[in-house]
Design a binder for this molecule. Structure first.
Ligand SMILES: *[C@@H]1O[C@H](CO)[C@@H](O)[C@H](O)[C@H]1NC(C)=O
Length: 195
């Protein structure tokens, strides 16, 4: 498997479960549309990646229901390799600071549906078998039916409350090893609050 996939900082981070337990941190989204633009980058935003116009999102506190379908619209080729980087950042002393929670790799398509990845159980396991394509297959429709889901953080450390964002980045590399210019950056911004 071509994968120099690294998880820095050990256990991650965002899991979506039916309920939050005491001592856990719920993530309260800023934006009803979930994703916002990254600042200070020439990358494209989520709207060059997914058509979300057929998704319904209902948010109530730290929980939400997501239904409908997304269509992958990223203009890349199924033969492209997809590099990715997910980072949790914290707003502290007037600036966004890195945390130990991040994950990056050179080939997202080999790990997108891997059971051992932290995103599998909350997210990609919920995708129907016949819709399990990688993000480089333009035109793919993915139905979503996720009720009462939470973004939560479980950590042994304390003092993780406050303003956070997850920065998601994807970049396509063609068969000649050339990076395509239409890389993607999206942020999920919100507040971590202890339950
Ligand atoms: C999500 O759906 C469930 C079941 O239909 C409902 O009880 C709950 O209130 C909904 N939550 C939101 C945030 O709309």
């Amino acid at each position: 498997m071509h994968s120099s996939h690294i998880i820095l900082g050990g256990l991650l981070l965002v899991t979506l479960l039916g309920r939050l337990d005491a001592g856990e941190y719920g993530f309260y989204l800023d934006d009803e549309e979930i994703f916002s633009k990254c600042h200070g980058t020439a990358a494209n935003d989520i709207h060059s990646f997914l058509d979300m116009s057929n998704v319904e999102i209902d948010i109530d506190g730290a929980s939400m229901n997501v239904s409908g379908y997304v269509t992958i619209i990223w203009d890349v080729e199924p033969t492209d390799r997809i590099a990715f980087r997910f980072e949790l950042m914290r707003f502290k002393r007037g600036a966004w600071q890195p945390t130990i929670f991040n994950s990056l790799g050179e080939d997202f398509c080999t790990v997108m549906y891997l059971e051992t990845e932290f995103w599998y159980r909350p997210l990609t396991s919920k995708i129907r078998q016949d819709e399990r394509q990688c993000v480089n297959v333009k035109g793919t429709v993915i139905h979503l039916e996720m009720l009462d889901i939470f973004f939560k953080l479980t950590t042994e450390g304390n003092d993780v409350e406050g303003r956070h964002k997850t920065v998601l980045q994807f970049e396509a590399i063609d068969q000649n090893g050339v990076k395509r210019p239409n890389r993607i950056c999206a942020e999920i911004v919100g507040e971590l609050i202890r339950m």
